[in-house]
Ligand binder design. Structure first.
Ligand SMILES: [Zn+2]
Length: 405
C-alpha cells in the first residue's frame, strides 16, 4: 500500500450552473467552489488547466488561424469541386479529419469542422501536439512535463478511448500501485450538453452515472493508497442556444472578397477577422457594430482576459456574441445545436467548478489555470510520501517512466 494518490477527475463542460443545485459528489467530495473560466473553447481551457498559464502565455487558443504560408491543407483544395451535399456532411468531414490527422501527424484533437475547401489553404491548425502529453503545449511546459522531469509516475487518459475504457485503464494502474498521480479526462458530458442543452433530464442522469464511477474508483484507490486526494473539476459550462445569427451572410453581402480584402474564421460564438486593406477594416467593423447579438471585444478587454496576442496571430478583430446566440452557419457547423460554450467568461453559464474531499480549497484557487497549482502541489506531496519507508506496508516503489493510458 502507498501513502497518497492525487486523483484529478476532469469532467468537460460540467459548469458551476450544472452542479450548483445538484447534489453531485456531495457524498465523497463535499467541498466545492465556483471557478472562473478562460476566454475561448476547450482548445484553450484544457491547455490553461494543464499549464497553469493563460492563453496569451501558452498560445493554445482557437484552432484555425489565417496563415497561408504555413497551411498544411494545400492538398485539400481540389475537394472544392466536390458537391457541397458531400463536403458539407458531418460524416464525410469526420472521416476526412481522421485521415488528415494521420497524414499530418497531428497529435492533439483534430477536426476539419465546416471549414470551406475553397479557402482551406488560407488556414493553419494550431493544435498539432497533444496538450495531454509532455511537450504538448504551443509554448512552455505543462503538468506532464513537470511530472516527467521530476520522475513522478503518472496516469493520464487517452482521448481516443471512450470514458469507460479510460476509467478501466486508470483502475488497472491504481491496482498495480505504480502511479503517484492520476489525471482522468471525461468529455462525454460536453457532447451530451451540446446535443440536448442544459435542462434535459439526461444531464442529471449522466451526473449520477459519473458519481457511481467515481465512487467505484475511490473504493479501489483506497485499497491501495492510504489517502486519496480527490479533485473533480471542469473547464467551462454550457449555455442553451436560443437564437441563431447568420453573420456570414451579412459579412458576405459587403463589397469585399476573401482573400484579397480579408480573411475570417467563424467560430460558433465568435468571428475572428484579418484585414488586408483599410476599406475592409472599416466596412466590416461598421457592419459588426450594427449587429446587436454581439460586440467587438476591445484590445484592452482582451488583455484583461489574458487573451490578447500582440502579433494578431489569432485575428485582428474579435467579434463575440452574447450568451445563448449561436453563429450558424459557421466554420464549426452548418446547423444549429442545443448547447454551446465559448461565450464571455463572466456570462453565467461560463463558470467552471471544483469539488474535492480536501477540507479546504485554498483561497487563491479562483480560475481554471489555478488547478495546475493543486496538481503540482499534490504531485510533490505524493512523491515525497510515496517512498517505501512512508508506505504502510513498505511495498517496493516501482520507479518508472510515465504510463499514459
Ligand atoms: Zn464543447
Amino acid at each position: 500500500m502507498k501513502a497518497i494518490l492525487p486523483l484529478f477527475v476532469f469532467i468537460d463542460a460540467c459548469g458551476w450552473e450544472i452542479i450548483k443545485n445538484d447534489p453531485f459528489a456531495r457524498a465523497f467530495a463535499p467541498h466545492r467552489k465556483q471557478l472562473s473560466s478562460v476566454f475561448g473553447y476547450s482548445s484553450t481551457c484544457v491547455p490553461s488547466i494543464l499549464s497553469g498559464r493563460w492563453p496569451a502565455e501558452h498560445r493554445n487558443w482557437s484552432y484555425f488561424v489565417y496563415d497561408p504560408a504555413n497551411s498544411p491543407f494545400k492538398s485539400l483544395r481540389s475537394l472544392r469541386w466536390l458537391p457541397r451535399a458531400i463536403t458539407g456532411r458531418r460524416i464525410f468531414r469526420r472521416w476526412l479529419s481522421k485521415f488528415i490527422k494521420v497524414q499530418l501527424n497531428f497529435r492533439g484533437y483534430f477536426d476539419l469542422y465546416n471549414i470551406p475547401f475553397e479557402h482551406i489553404t488560407l488556414y493553419d491548425f494550431t493544435e498539432k501536439k497533444s496538450p495531454l502529453q509532455p511537450g504538448g503545449m504551443n509554448r512552455g511546459p505543462n503538468i506532464f512535463d513537470y511530472l516527467q522531469d521530476n520522475d513522478i509516475c503518472y496516469h493520464v487518459s487517452a482521448p481516443e478511448k471512450d470514458e469507460h475504457l479510460n476509467l478501466q485503464a486508470l483502475v488497472k494502474d491504481v491496482e498495480t500501485e505504480q502511479i503517484d498521480f492520476a489525471f482522468l479526462y471525461w468529455p462525454g458530458l460536453d457532447g451530451l450538453l451540446h446535443r440536448v442543452g442544459n435542462q434535459s433530464p439526461e444531464v442529471p442522469a449522466k451526473m449520477r452515472h459519473y458519481e457511481t464511477w467515481i465512487e467505484n474508483l475511490l473504493a479501489v484507490a483506497r485499497q491501495h493508497y492510504a489517502e486519496v486526494r480527490l479533485y473533480i473539476f471542469s473547464d467551462h459550462g454550457m449555455a442553451n442556444c436560443t437564437e441563431t445569427l447568420d453573420l456570414k451572410s451579412q459579412i458576405e453581402a459587403l463589397p469585399l472578397h476573401i482573400p484579397t480584402d480579408y480573411a475570417v474564421v467563424y467560430d460558433s460564438t465568435m468571428a475572428r477577422f484579418w484585414f488586408f486593406n483599410n476599406r475592409a477594416r472599416w466596412l466590416i467593423a461598421d457592419c459588426l457594430k450594427k449587429i446587436p447579438q454581439g460586440r467587438i471585444i476591445p484590445d484592452v478587454e482582451l488583455e484583461e482576459l489574458h487573451a490578447f496576442f500582440p502579433d494578431r496571430y489569432f485575428g485582428e478583430l474579435i467579434y463575440l456574441v452574447r450568451e445563448g446566440v449561436l453563429i450558424v452557419p459557421s466554420h464549426m457547423g452548418e446547423r444549429p445545436i442545443f448547447g454551446m460554450h465559448g461565450y464571455h467568461p463572466t456570462d453565467p453559464q461560463s463558470y467552471a467548478m471544483l469539488c474535492t474531499n480536501q477540507t479546504a480549497i485554498p483561497y487563491d484557487i479562483e480560475a481554471i489555470p489555478d488547478v495546475y497549482r493543486l496538481m503540482k502541489r499534490d504531485a510533490e506531496l505524493a512523491k515525497a510520501r510515496n517512498v517505501p519507508d512512508a508506505a504502510l506496508n513498505a511495498a517496493p516503489k516501482l520507479q518508472g517512466i510515465a504510463t499514459p493510458a
